[in-house]
Design a protein around this ligand. Structure first.
Ligand SMILES: C[S@@+](CC[C@H](N)C(=O)[O-])C[C@H]1O[C@@H](n2cnc3c(N)ncnc32)[C@H](O)[C@@H]1O
Length: 390
């Protein structure tokens, strides 16, 4: 039985119940057990899976039906129908299931050509894994399905005790070639965070495509270089990719080659972006476009970096490396930062650097990463393109 506050949110379509919202529950509930949700007045609010973590119940349906393979099949059919229209031609890497936003809380399914990665947020949704794998094998006939875990740090889950890796079929040796609107990318499904492609950025890269011609581009936090490749493919005169990791930059070069681009026409700098930006400022080495897409937290040669706290400073440093009328392309992948706070951070950065910006485009995650309006956390990716006007 849940309190009135939770009842209100459940009725609006929110699908989590927190421990403090539970007024009474049967003794000895097991993690992953199907539970009935009811209001104080006894109204049936649906069925969910019990958890002992920071979320107590993830609701899978708002009626009295089963939480089983038939439900997985129903939700997968709806998810597939959306992707049929939302995933562009020549795109073989996309998100098929985006958790809560596709009616399957705690479960994400990413397709990388013939390989599929299932990512679970919590062991409490694992009872549905067998049915999910069977359905995916029937619908997509993938060559391999991998399991990964991404528990919330608040749950203190020890992922080393959980099965992960290839759970069905097989994986060919070497990298897997996928495409994003025709652009090739070499990925490593089953390599945790190292897969090598963020498919949620696809529509942002698509928007920028007509504008790269003749520009000198700086890609900060370049990773496997998909923004760099996109810019170079569309005629950028030079792309400078900066990343702490030489291993990622080597993968970026391989992605250039996979798209018939010569990496020797471009630069790859393995260093902390703060060091690179400081040098560009001192030597007045200016760019026509700077891409800033940091991870949430990292450690580099210049110390700790927090995307949330340090964003204005990073924007200011990026703007100091921009030529007059250059474009600043900013992204922030953090659910806890609202779109409004993201824009405030960019404005603060502009003020710090003494430059004035014009917003040209506001993007976000590609539509195969939908966001339920009842679920603000779903709009995690912030993205914008600004032009320097002073
Ligand atoms: C989440 S990825 C960025 C995504 C990328 N822009 C893309 O579209 O694929 C984070 C990258 O930042 C790099 N990184 C983290 N801290 C860094 C720092 N201080 N300086 C340079 N690169 C850093 C990591 O090595 C990693 O490749």
């Amino acid at each position: 039985m849940v309190n009135g506050y939770s009842e209100k949110w459940l009725k609006q379509g929110f699908c989590w119940v927190y421990p403090a919202e539970i007024l009474a529950h049967p003794k000895r509930l097991r993690t992953g057990q199907v539970v009935k949700l009811a209001s104080e007045s006894g109204e049936d609010l649906g069925r969910g899976l019990w958890d002992s973590g920071w979320i107590a119940v993830r609701r899978f349906r708002d009626d009295a039906g089963p939480v089983d393979r038939s439900l997985i099949a129903e939700r997968l059919s709806a998810a597939q129908a959306l992707r049929e229209v939302a995933v562009e031609a020549d795109t073989t890497a996309y998100r098929l299931v985006h958790g809560e936003n596709d009616g399957l809380p705690g479960i994400r399914v990413d397709v990388y050509g013939p390989q599929v990665v299932i990512t679970l947020d919590t062991p409490s949704v694992k009872p549905l894994l067998g049915a999910l794998v069977e359905e995916l094998n029937e619908r997509l006939t993938p060559r391999g399905i991998h399991l990964a875990w991404r528990p919330d740090p608040r749950d203190n889950v020890n992922t080393s005790t959980l099965d992960s890796g290839l759970i069905s079929g097989h994986r060919p040796p070497g990298d897997v070639r996928v495409t994003e609107r025709g652009m090739a990318c070499l990925v490593r499904p089953g390599a945790g965070k190292d897969i090598g492609l963020y498919s949620d950025m696809r529509t942002n890269r698509a928007w920028l495509e007509p504008y790269w011609g003749g520009r000198r581009v700086l890609n900060l936090f370049a990773h496997t270089g998909m923004f760099s490749v996109a810019a170079a493919m569309s005629g950028a005169s030079e792309v400078v990719s900066v990343d702490l990791s030489q291993a990622y930059l080597d993968r970026a070069k391989a992605n250039f080659v996979a798209n018939d681009l010569d990496p020797n026409d471009h630069s790859f700098l393995a260093e902390d972006i703060r060091k690179a930006l400081d040098r560009f400022r001192r030597t007045k080495d200016l760019f026509d476009a700077v891409i800033l897409d940091p991870p949430g937290f990292s450690h580099g040669s210049e110390g700790r970096l927090s995307a949330k706290q340090d964003y204005p400073r990073m924007v200011a440093a990026s703007l100091r490396a921009l030529a007059p009328e250059g474009w600043f392309i900013g992204a922030l992948n953090l659910g806890m930062v609202s779109p409004r706070d993201f824009h405030t951070a960019v404005r603060e950065g502009a003020k710090k650097s003494g430059r004035s910006l014009q917003l040209l485009f506001e993007g976000g995650q590609a539509p195969d990463h939908p966001a339920l309006v009842e679920f603000p956390e779903g709009r995690y990716l912030k993205f914008g393109v600004w032009r320097c006007v002073g």
